[in-house]
Structure formats: C-alpha cells, structure tokens
Design a protein around this ligand. Structure first.
Ligand SMILES: [Zn+2]
Length: 365
C-alpha cells in the first residue's frame, strides 16, 4: 500500500513523500498520461531520464484493448510498460462519460458501447476494481459518475450520491481482494470527490468519501483554477490528487490550496503539436523564426533534446513529419514539468512559495 508523510508546509502547500511498492514519490508531483500503457512516443528509459516519478494509465482503454486479462498474463502493467516506477490507473469513469457511445447509467453501474468496436461493455464498481487489480497499478481509483460541465444541479446531486455509493462498493471489493491476497492490499484505493461547482454538494461528497477512510482522495470535475479553496475539505494526512489539471499556473494555484498530485495530457499532447513549455512561456517550434535557430529549445535545460538538437533541426523534423520531432519535444516538456514541480517542492521547503509562484507566473506569460 502507500504511505504518505508530509515533510514541510508553506501556508496550505505541502512537500511530502508518497511511498509505494515501486518506490518513493516526492510531491507535489505531476504524472504524465500513459493512456494505453505507454507515454506516447517515448520509451520508459527516456521517461526515467526526464525525471518523471510516476505515470498514469487508463483502465478504460486497457480493459477494451488489449483487455485486463491480457495485461495480467503479461505480468501486469509494470512489466507490459517496462516501467518499474509507481503507476496510477484511473477507473474508467471519466472516459465512459466522455468517450463511450450509448451509455446507460443505473445504480448498479454503467453499460456502454466501446468506441473501438461498438461492443456492449458493463462497468460496475466491482468490475472496475477487478480490472484495476489485474492491471496491477500502485494506486487505483474508485468508479465515479462524471456529469458534464453543463449538467443541472439535480443531475450533479444524483451523481454525487451515486458516486459515493459506488465508492463504498469499490472499497468492499478492494477489501475482498486484499483478504484474498493474504498479505493485505498491494494497491491503494483513492476516492473521488464530485459535486461540480456547487459548494454544498462538494461538501456532501467529501463527507461521504472521507467517511470510508481511504488511503487517498481525488478532486474530480473541477477544471482550471475554479474552486481551489474547496479542496481543503479533504483530510490533511492523505494525498490529495486534482484530476486532469496541468497548466503550470493552475498547478501553482492548486498546490497553494494543498493539492499534492496532478495529471494531464497537456505536456505530451502539446509536444506532438510542436509546442514546447519553457520558464518564459510556450514556443511553437514550427514557426519560421526557428528555421536557422542554432539554440536549444531552452537554455539551461538538461534534457536530451536540449543537450543535442538545435531548434532548427526540431522544426525540420516536424515539417518533414519525422517521428523524432514529437519524441524530442515530449522529452523536453516532461523534463520541464519535472523541473517545475521540483522547484515548487524546493520553494515550499524554503518557505518561499508565494514569492516564487508570482515570479514564475509573470515569466510564463
Ligand atoms: Zn529541454
């Protein structure tokens, strides 16, 4: 299971250590998305070199293809990905509600049509735990219902109650697997707070999942910058994970409110579109201004791309549709996010986060 120790605080921000069966993670941490069991375009060795500590994979995608039993037969997700560091899998809830077609939700669970081949698939809290146990990640997530951003208050309230019921059923299924394993839980189950923009519903959701005494808690259904003050309803002695947020500015705001973990497709997806993150803002490397530019993506960056390739070469690879272009910018962007979160941890330890956050935000315009 995981063990979480807060080491330093600066206001509500904390620098902590999350211990897992696959190593320690210093938080605040950013997890890149390895959606289908690979962080697109980079090997695990390259990933390790960027300073990435922990990756996220999607149970939804893996249960549909190649199937949880195939991943289990390969020795689990760590073996399949050739990644021996910590992994978190999401439950599939978010993808069911955003990607799947012809979805039917009832109190028992959700039935949907696979976006790959149209097959009917059932996902209940029990199946969701079974799938994630087979995948073998270090942290697994409860099944939750994610209503769309424009859902009525009534629908959000129903989703809060259903998600809390599902959390209790996930906990029971997770405990049963722990008993079967004899040695207790090799995996840690996180609950997910829902409630949209409604403060009272978020409070109700937090109260119900915190009552389950889970090893960690996630904040779902909140995007950029909104409602960070509401996150402190989650217990201080457990890791707090803000799902799907990755804008550096939003990470800073959420860390200041006491969040420890983040994931987002931003650094990898933008890399595939030739967009590089730097301490002074984003660069679009297809831009003609870089045609003869001999400099690295960012001066002082220790990544493989910046040590070896001028901007002009990377621009050329993108224009020629060479695979190396997305690979190099992915390596750079993941290195940037690792350095950014490391700098946040140092600022927390130095008691200097508000001043440093202001400087970074001003620089990244
Ligand atoms: Zn770099």
């Amino acid at each position: 299971m995981v063990e979480f120790t807060v080491q330093q605080t600066c206001g509500k921000a904390r620098a902590s250590v999350l211990r897992t069966a696959h190593g320690e993670v210093a938080t605040p941490v950013f997890m890149p998305c390895g959606t289908a069991g690979t962080v697109k375009g980079v090997t695990s060795a390259q990933l390790r070199e960027t300073g990435v500590q922990m990756v996220l994979a999607n149970a939804y995608h893996l249960m549909l293809r190649p199937g949880a039993e195939v991943v289990a037969a390969l020795g689990g997700l760590h073996r399949m990905m050739a990644w021996d560091g910590p992994i978190l899998t999401d439950s599939g809830g978010y993808q069911v509600f955003s990607l799947a077609q012809r979805r039917t939700v009832c109190d028992d669970g959700v039935t949907f049509q696979s976006h790959i081949d149209g097959a009917a698939v059932e996902l209940t809290p029990e199946i969701c735990i079974d799938v994630q146990v087979r995948l073998g990640a270090d942290i697994i997530m409860q099944l939750d219902e994610c209503p769309p951003g424009d859902a009525s208050r009534q629908d959000v309230a129903a989703a809060v109650r259903r998600s809390a019921d599902w959390a209790a059923r996930c906990r029971k299924a997770w405990e049963d697997f722990g008993r079967l394993a004899h040695s207790g839980h090799p995996q840690a189950l996180f609950g997910i707070q829902q409630g949209g923009v409604h403060a009272d519903l978020r409070a109700e959701s937090a109260k119900r999942i915190v009552a389950l005494d889970l090893p960690g808690y996630a904040i779902g259904g909140l995007s950029v910058g909104e409602g960070h003050d509401r996150m402190v309803q989650l217990p201080a002695d457990r890791p707090r994970y803000l799902m799907g947020v990755g804008e550096p500015r939003d990470i800073l705001a959420a860390v200041a409110s006491g969040v420890d973990m983040f994931d987002c497709v931003l650094p990898t997806r933008n890399a595939r579109n030739a967009q590089a993150f730097t301490w002074t803002g984003r660069l679009r490397l297809r831009n003609a201004a870089f045609t003869r530019d001999c400099g690295p993506i960012e001066d002082g960056c220790p990544c493989y791309a910046c040590r070896n390739f001028p901007r002009a070469a990377i621009r050329h690879y993108f224009l020629s549709e060479e695979m190396l272009g997305p690979t190099l910018v992915t390596i750079h962007n993941l290195t940037f996010f690792a350095r950014f979160t490391a700098a946040i941890r140092q600022a927390i330890a130095a008691g200097d986060l508000p001043r440093r956050a202001e400087q970074w935000s001003a620089g990244m315009v």
